[in-house]
Design a protein around this ligand. Structure first.
Ligand SMILES: C[S@@+](CC[C@H](N)C(=O)[O-])C[C@H]1O[C@@H](n2cnc3c(N)ncnc32)[C@H](O)[C@@H]1O
Length: 268
């Protein structure tokens, strides 16, 4: 079956995910990620006010530290479950934020008063979209929201690693978790209780289980499009000058083959 656009499985999974997200992606796994975003935002701001658009708000794990650091953030969350979790947290913390709710494919209908200095699509989100046309449309919509001279920050899991080590990953879970940084519980995902680990890997789809420690089967699943090596970069180059795209591997400059995640800072 050829999937295009969103995967229904992810929409269904969001019901559970949104309730445990902050234990699945706890602060201790997000330190480097958070510091990376804060550093970029501070460098962009250089003591002036800047506007940030978080295209995949989730439970506001990126937005809240940015707001607390003094940045003006608008959050976008298309899924009602994540949106509810984010709103609850914002209310509880008495944090003010403009929130909108657009599917990335319909983000062209969003007409903000001003464009944004920084658009974020981070936390391994773009792989939720299947089909090149849908992916192109989403990236095009992110590009449109960035003001000239501003940046899009987008990231991806190193899916090529999963494809290249498919057999080992699927047969030797504990060994891979201990040896591979991206599947360890230290970058972005994996708290004491919940962690991600693939249960099926193909060129078209990665079925990423959501595991709860001690249980023999995942309690839920994410379905991701596995971008191949260089594939997302090529898509970004359809919109951004390739010389203005900086690649990071687990938050360090450059592309490293064994990285867990790649981050791209793309200047318009
Ligand atoms: C894994 S969550 C990550 C949330 C947050 N960025 C984080 O790191 O905690 C994936 C996010 O992508 C969003 N998403 C996936 N497909 C989308 C689409 N087609 N349009 C808008 N949002 C989408 C989901 O609603 C969810 O907020």
């Amino acid at each position: 079956m050829v999937i295009s656009g969103r995967h229904k499985g992810n929409d269904n999974a969001a019901i559970i995910m949104s309730t445990i997200w902050d234990r699945f992606s706890p602060p201790q796994a997000r330190t480097e990620h958070r510091d990376f975003l804060l550093k970029i935002a501070r460098e962009e701001a250089k003591n002036r006010g800047i506007k940030i658009f978080d295209a995949a708000l989730g439970t506001a794990l990126d937005a809240i530290p940015l707001i607390k650091a003094g940045f003006d953030v608008t959050g976008n969350e298309a899924d009602e479950n994540y949106l509810k979790a984010a709103m609850h947290k914002l209310k509880k913390g008495r944090i003010r934020m403009d929130v909108v709710s657009f599917d990335w494919l319909g983000l062209d209908k969003y007409k903000p008063n001003n464009l944004f200095d920084i658009v974020l699509c981070v936390g391994n989100n773009i792989c939720y979209l299947f089909g090149r046309e849908a992916q192109r449309r989403a990236v095009g919509n992110f590009f449109r929201l960035v003001k000239k001279g501003g940046i899009l920050v987008i990231d991806e899991r190193n899916f090529q690693f999963l494809l290249d080590h498919r057999e080992e990953i699927l047969s030797r879970k504990e060994k891979t978790i201990s040896e591979h940084k991206g599947l360890s519980r230290h970058i972005l995902y994996g708290g004491k209780t919940y962690y991600p680990y693939p249960v099926a890997i193909s060129e078209e789809l990665v079925d990423m289980g959501l595991w709860k420690g001690g249980l023999p089967k995942p309690i839920s699943h994410f379905y991701f499009y596995p971008f191949k090596e260089g594939e997302l970069q090529k898509l970004l180059e359809e919109f951004f000058d390739r010389k203005k795209i900086e690649v990071y591997s687990d938050y360090e400059r450059g592309r490293k083959r064994g990285a867990g995640f790649y981050q791209y800072v793309c200047r318009k």
